[in-house]
Design a protein around this ligand. Structure first.
Ligand SMILES: Cc1cc2nc3c(=O)[nH]c(=O)nc-3n(C[C@H](O)[C@H](O)[C@H](O)COP(=O)(O)OP(=O)(O)OC[C@H]3O[C@@H](n4cnc5c(N)ncnc54)[C@H](O)[C@@H]3O)c2cc1C
Length: 514
């Protein structure tokens, strides 16, 4: 019989196996030599108290002579080659997890993806980062694995009640993510590991009889006898099935346009806009770990900040310790930034989105576009960001302290953003209600995290794709579009999820309902 023990240790004790074994043995009432195997089941870091960084662990020990049971997963992926087909548009987390659940329930998923497979997509992203052009169908947002395929791969979600998060983590683990994601309180996979995980997932789906069609962009829905029975794509191909899962993400502006053109119901939705802020990681470590002598045993520090400014939330989003800022636009005429990190989170930079809650009434003259007001507003700001940057995704940037003091940066600090940055006065082109709130929020954040407003920190524009400005509605009970039976809007693009894990859970839930 194994024994589970909860302990609180110092970062050094958590990092050194022998030190940890000694403490665990003392707590278990045995000698370190009696322990045959020690597994960490759960790990979280508490750095809230100055000078007292602690690591909470739940460990499981097996003593010599005890039976060691290997973890097993309860996934049953059987052959569905001759089963009814379901068309899934979009091979991001929502589409992929819907496909797995459909296989478990005896359906054959047919995935239609506008971008390339994750290997070819990697090459397009390398070109983009070298300033050699943006492929509008293969970039940080479009292609196999979706928007999260080249990201930090943070898997933490607050929507714990929506579904079985553990199963999502187990499915990623089964396909190659590290053991750490099953242990850490804030798990992440890393951009260097994610493409392999995504490729392995595709292989499982294909082995079960599922299909992938890359370079196929959904342009229309096929409706027969009042029911959605398939999709048409830009190549003129048609894919039919028992139902259609629409998991095209929130960067697919053309999908929203198609709905609007055809008079299919859409709803406006609050979203968020802002900038990405970057600091030296050393600075964030010293603020968050209070210059702890044991910082060397701790991972690159993260932070989460939030404040209410003039009736709107301003908050940090998708923080990437030891990461890079990346170009996440889907068109050459727009500038968008986001963040990613490798599994080791090893760069000298810490970046995070800092975004302002934006409601339809905040879109000013764009309100005339009705349900598409938020989308048009987003496109407009992305265009302004591009105009204030340089071609080939060179992004507009400003020292954070200069932004707060309202002065132009004569020069910029080192930045992880590979296409390069150029000095710009962000107040001159960001909408006033956003830039004013950001300005105030940075002062508040500096009070919460002293040193946040360092002269070595810069903001880069524009962080505009943290959430969708449009919802594709669905009936609560059936999860189908109210006007379009057979169509299951799903994931972030439909406004029912935000982030990798919640989109994956939404995919599972939609498939289950279907
Ligand atoms: C650089 C970056 C870093 C991120 N980091 C994190 C992170 O660390 N943690 C986190 O939780 N979230 C992160 N996110 C957000 C996260 O990726 C998304 O929330 C998540 O991927 C949404 O999943 P989805 O399946 O709903 O949509 P998406 O991932 O957007 O997938 C939609 C898919 O549909 C395809 N598609 C679009 N239109 C069509 C069409 N017309 N026809 C066919 N296919 C189409 C797209 O190519 C894409 O593959 C990051 C996003 C980016 C861009």
């Amino acid at each position: 019989m194994s024994k589970q023990i909860q302990i609180t240790v110092s970062p050094r004790e958590a990092a050194i196996a022998e030190a940890l074994e000694k403490i665990v043995a003392a707590k278990a009432g045995c000698r370190p030599g009696d322990i045959a195997k020690l597994d960490i089941l759960r790990r979280s870091i508490d750095a809230r108290k100055r000078g007292q960084v602690k690591v909470f662990l739940t460990v499981e020990i097996f003593l010599h002579g005890e039976e060691m049971i290997k973890p097993s997963y309860d996934f049953r992926f059987e052959n569905v080659r001759s089963c009814p087909e379901v068309v899934i548009a979009g091979a991001g987390p929502a589409g992929l997890f819907a496909a797995f659940r459909l296989i478990e329930r005896g359906f054959r998923p047919v995935l239609i993806e506008r971008g390339k497979d994750v290997g070819d997509r990697k090459r397009d992203i390398a070109l983009l980062c070298r300033g050699e052009g943006l492929n509008p169908e293969s970039n940080y947002c479009f292609g196999e694995g979706g928007a999260g395929a080249f990201s930090d791969g943070k898997l933490f979600t607050r929507s714990r009640k929506r579904g079985d998060i553990k199963r999502v983590l187990q499915l990623f683990h089964l396909h190659g993510a590290s053991d750490d994601i099953l242990i850490d309180a804030h798990p992440h996979i890393g951009t260097d590991v994610l493409p392999t995980v995504i490729r392995n997932m595709r292989q499982t789906i294909v082995q079960c009889g599922g299909e992938f069609h890359f370079g196929q962009k959904l342009t229309d829905l096929i409706i027969c006898d009042g029911k959605v029975s398939g999709i048409a794509t830009a190549t003129g191909d048609r894919f039919k099935g028992r139902a259609v899962v629409l998991a095209t993400g929130h960067s697919a502006a053309d999908v929203y346009e198609m709905f609007h053109r055809n008079g299919y119901l859409l709803e406006p939705k609050a979203f968020a806009m802002g900038v990405r802020v970057e600091h030296p990681q050393e600075l964030i470590n010293s603020i968050q770990y209070y210059r702890s002598p044991e910082a060397a045993y701790l991972p690159a520090a993260a932070y989460a900040l939030a404040s209410q400014i003039e009736g709107r939330g301003v908050y940090s989003f998708c923080m990437c310790p030891g990461g890079y800022i990346v170009p996440a636009s889907t068109s050459a005429g727009g500038q968008v930034v986001n963040g990613m990190s490798t599994a080791r989170r090893h760069t000298a930079f810490a970046n995070s989105g800092i975004v302002v809650e934006t409601r339809v009434e905040d879109t000013g003259e764009f309100a005339q576009y009705g349900v598409l007001a938020g989308l048009r507003f987003r496109q407009h700001i992305e265009m302004l960001a591009a105009q204030n940057g340089r071609p080939d995704q060179v992004a507009p940037a400003q020292r954070t302290i200069d932004f707060v003091k309202g002065r132009i940066s004569a020069n910029l600090p080192a930045c992880s953003y590979l296409p390069g940055v150029v000095s710009s006065s962000l107040h001159s082109w960001l909408p006033a209600q956003i830039s004013r709130r950001l300005q105030e929020a940075f002062k508040v954040f500096d009070r919460k995290m002293q040193g946040f407003l360092s002269s070595e920190s810069a903001i880069v524009g524009v962080e505009s794709r943290s959430s969708t400005p449009v919802r594709i509605p669905r009936d609560i009970a059936t999860m189908q579009h109210p006007q379009l039976p057979g169509l299951y809007p799903c994931g972030e693009g439909s406004g029912y999820a935000g982030g990798i894990t919640s989109s994956a859970i939404d995919g599972v839930n939609v498939a289950e309902k279907l």
